[in-house]
Design a protein around this ligand. Sequence first.
Ligand SMILES: Cc1cc2nc3c(=O)[nH]c(=O)nc-3n(C[C@H](O)[C@H](O)[C@H](O)COP(=O)(O)OP(=O)(O)OC[C@H]3O[C@@H](n4cnc5c(N)ncnc54)[C@H](O)[C@@H]3O)c2cc1C
Length: 436
Amino acid sequence: MRTPPIPSRNWSGGHRWSPEHVLTPRTEDEVVAGIALARRQKLPLRMIGGGHSFTPLAATDGISMSLDRYRGLVRADARTGLVTLRGGTRLWEVAELLAPHDLALPVMGDIDRQSIAGAVQTGTHGTGARFTGFAGMVRALRLVLADGSIVDTSPLQDPDLFEAARLGLGTIGVVLEATLACVPRYRLELVEAIEPLEAVARSFLADSSIVDHHEFFWFPRTSRATVRTSRRVVQETPRHRPHPAAEALQQEVLGNGAWELMCRGAALVPGLSRPAAEIASRVFAGPRVVDDSAAVFVAPRRVRFHESEWAIPASRFRAAFAALRARFEQEDVRVTFPIEVRRAAADDVWLSTAYGRDTVYLAAHRYHAEEAGPYLLMIQRTLEPFGARPHWGKRHWLGKRELSALYPRFEDFHAVREAADPDGRLLTGYLRHLLG
Ligand SMILES: Cc1cc2nc3c(=O)[nH]c(=O)nc-3n(C[C@H](O)[C@H](O)[C@H](O)COP(=O)(O)OP(=O)(O)OC[C@H]3O[C@@H](n4cnc5c(N)ncnc54)[C@H](O)[C@@H]3O)c2cc1C
């Protein structure tokens, strides 16, 4: 099993830290020993997965613990679809682990570099009106709490602990194992098309209600959108991929190499941003693909960026999107990266961005070498009146005061967290700012 180096910076490069200890336990006992070290030395302990969060969730100058050596499948039941994975398992490994059991994840996001625990703890999601994010798929958890005890929790075993720990930002305990509701293996037929933005935005709610996985990308201030739709087809459907050379041209040259050059050029000469966005909006669509679900959901993302993402009640999407477009015109926005629009089902996870709401996600990106703050903050300000909840792993400027008003179960979460970790061993200044 290949173990990547444990990072002390996040993927975007926006946060760096210098932990006093880096622990990579191989057993439950070693995890418990790590927690005991934190208690003895009165140091904060933060778990790190793939380090792909844009916020300093995993950052600590105390103890950084990674489960990269604690990965793999614990059990899978093809009859119930329940699958238990060790917390450090990376998403890229899951399809291969589940294939012998004829099972697959019901949905995935844009990439597969994250750990299962990291994806669950921040509410990572993909797109699809019938599908929740990763936290909504969780049916049971095995945790180490801050006092060193190991607990199994589910809707039937300490349900409050379960609800808080399903999406707990790593503040309730170390996720040793997560049991997820999976589905029979399937393939996806992906079709991408460039269409007029007005029509795409107008029909987004209707289209995303019928298509399994529907989303669109819009380069700000252009008049077209790249629409990406994936339909679920049975596993026996023949695979269809473009010729490897055409695929490499699309993914590696247009999607990553040439794209990086355009972004770099626009970062140096801001006047190039609008022509770059215009060009990208005309070529940013790939060929038809039919393949195993995991191979279609994810794509390489080698051009680094900063990102914010906001969850809006689906019923307010059209007004929110119109407000964003108007604001971009007013502010003469010039950016090279698109806005990504996705959909997810309501769930009942206390701190989920889709808690109790059929949800549309609006994500904004900015090239990593550009100053992202003012642009992303402008988007936050524009979307706040629409009850927007920020993705926990992506950039935002909200703290406990605002967040507690957005989540009806915020105080319940707080009570469970305090009981599980009264000394705040799993907290840092950033987590206190978010959670109080
Ligand atoms: C290029 C890129 C693409 C992305 N695409 C999407 C997308 O399509 N959809 C989406 O929703 N998000 C997306 N994200 C965001 C990303 O999925 C989340 O930030 C996710 O949390 C990252 O997982 P990770 O394993 O890297 O976790 P980290 O960032 O390392 O950690 C995230 C949180 O999980 C906690 N944690 C990690 N392991 C454990 C454990 N074993 N026990 C307890 N807590 C733990 C950490 O303490 C931290 O609070 C993307 C990010 C990037 C950089």
